[in-house]
Design a protein around this ligand. Structure first.
Ligand code: GLN
Length: 197
């Protein structure tokens, strides 16, 4: 793929704008995705941070749940941050009873594992496959990965908890690189998208 890849940001809820900006600085063409027709037109997708219970509800309401699941199953590259990570987990803990996920990574993710809003924090995170020193991790009511299956690769940990995972074309982080102005994680994802084309 010589042309810049077209990467959508799921725009049902959450910090969509920040991801659009980060993707653009990582040399992708970025656009919001709300409807199945828009999803069909992108090479890859970012699922932003926000509130996964709301995102799940809106995905059902907008008729996006099955189209999203289908694209992920078909191998579309996808990157989820925080609530987005929850959406990409095959299984979640401390979710709402009727909460749906797309799945994609053989992992169990615990919602709000790092605590509530007032327990948000930043930390330097060593990220496998990203050069130039640790990335700044912004954790806001962040989940962690309680366990990962054999096919998922752990890319980062914080205080013994898994906070970044990749399985094939699916990438997920507990934290929010889109809020830091450091676009290296987005560039890593854009490289994944180019490699899968
Ligand atoms: N705790 C939120 C949820 O369950 C995620 C928070 C975030 O995305 N910053 O979806």
């Amino acid at each position: 793929m010589n042309n810049p890849p077209v990467i959508g940001v799921l725009a049902l809820q959450g910090d969509v704008r920040e991801h659009l900006i980060a993707l653009a600085s990582a040399d992708a063409v970025a656009r919001p995705v709300r409807r199945p027709e828009e999803l069909a037109e992108v090479d890859a997708l970012v699922i932003p941070g926000g509130e996964s219970t709301t995102m799940s509800k809106l995905a059902v309401l907008f008729g996006m749940l099955e189209p999203l699941r289908e694209r992920v199953r078909a191998g579309m590259p996808v990157y989820g941050t925080c609530a987005g990570m929850i959406m990409l987990a095959d299984k979640i803990l401390d979710g709402r009873e009727d909460q749906e996920t797309l799945g994609g990574v053989d992992m169990i993710v615990r919602r709000n594992a790092f605590g509530r809003q007032n327990e948000s924090f930043e930390a330097k995170i060593d990220f496998a496959g990203i050069d130039g020193g640790p990335v700044e991790g912004v954790f806001i009511r962040a989940p962690w990965v309680e366990s990962v299956g054999a096919s998922a690769e752990v890319l980062a940990e914080y205080e013994g908890h898994v906070v970044a995972v990749r399985q094939g074309n699916v990438l997920a982080t507990s934290f929010h690189p889109e809020l830091t102005g450091d676009e290296r994680v987005h560039a890593y994802f854009v490289d994944m998208v180019r490699a899968s084309a």
